[in-house]
Design a protein around this ligand. Structure first.
Ligand code: SF4
Length: 287
């Protein structure tokens, strides 16, 4: 079985930066270092960080300690205020690409546009923008949702940084047919679009796909969706233990991709597991 590993694997720049900032803060701090929810959408990395002294807070009461690290996707004002009120040092690991997208959203609203953002409801990046802009922004995830939006005046549309290129394209297309003039601002993160484009190429070359990354990672889920939308057997796994050897019966070529919050060590373990499965079924290895 041939294993084709994608070119773009492992942490994107924003995730790498956030993980390094949190680990660095834990090394420097005398007391607890806290994040609001998981720092990134990869439970294994979060567990390692916890072992290094980075605690996850789920409630405002748990927001106690020396340092608060803002995740790569940003954080709600209420949480930031709680950290400030308690005198915590703030380490802002918000990804610069997310900051740019948020700034553009605020600017578009200031300029008088009715703003529509294609994103995941409840994703921290969307929660923070909605918190500031309130009714001035509408978050939509599907074409059905955007069809329900009442359009008035000048319309601008942008995207959550980790959205699917295809979903954004379709919603922009739908909106363009319903308005005389539409301002489209492309805020898709380049680190995500290169992976999605690579997935579109890889699905043409392989019999099955293994996508490695957190089950709650939106960008990893998008890669799996690309595989499935082409009718390709696609398996989204977080760790090698989830892999079932029967998935590869009769498979000649397997493609391997990862989300932008998947660490190198898990990728290496998954590839090793795939090689073991291949060796176990190979007549040469068995003889
Ligand atoms: S995927 Fe893009 S926007 Fe998100 S953290 Fe990585 S670099 Fe930043």
């Amino acid at each position: 079985m041939e294993i084709l590993v994608a070119k773009h694997m492992g942490f994107c720049g924003g995730v790498k930066r956030a993980v390094e900032m949190a680990a660095g803060a834990a090394t420097d701090a005398q007391d607890a270092v806290v994040t609001w929810g998981p720092l990134i959408h990869n439970p294994q990395v979060v567990t390692r960080l916890e072992a290094g002294g980075v605690r996850v807070a789920e409630t405002l009461e748990e927001m106690r300690g020396e340092t608060f690290v803002v995740s790569a996707y940003g954080v709600e004002h209420a949480v930031l205020d709680a950290a400030r009120e308690r005198g915590m040092t703030i380490v802002d690991a918000t990804c610069p690409v997310v900051i740019r997208a948020h700034s553009l959203a605020f600017k578009l609203v200031e300029e008088g546009y009715q703003l529509i953002i294609v994103g995941d409801h409840g994703h921290p990046e969307m929660v923070t923008v909605k918190e500031v802009l309130g009714e001035k922004v509408t978050i939509v995830h599907t074409r059905e949702e955007v069809a329900q939006v009442r359009l008035r005046g000048r319309i601008a549309v942008m995207s959550q940084t980790t959205q699917s290129q295809e979903n954004f394209r379709q919603i922009v297309g739908d909106l363009s047919l319903r308005t005389k003039e539409l301002r489209v601002v492309n805020t898709l993160c380049p680190a995500i679009t290169v992976r999605q484009e690579e997935a579109e190429r890889l699905v043409e070359e392989v019999d099955t796909l293994v996508i490695i990354g957190g089950h709650h990672s939106s960008n990893t889920t998008r890669l799996a969706e690309i595989g499935r939308s082409h009718g390709l057997p696609t398996h989204h796994v977080e760790v090698p233990e989830e892999i079932d050897p029967s998935w590869f019966a009769g498979v000649q070529k397997v493609g391997v991709m990862s989300g932008a919050s998947t660490p190198e060590w898990i990728i290496a373990d998954v590839i090793t597991r795939l090689r073991e499965i291949d060796a176990a079924r190979s007549p040469v290895a068995a003889s």
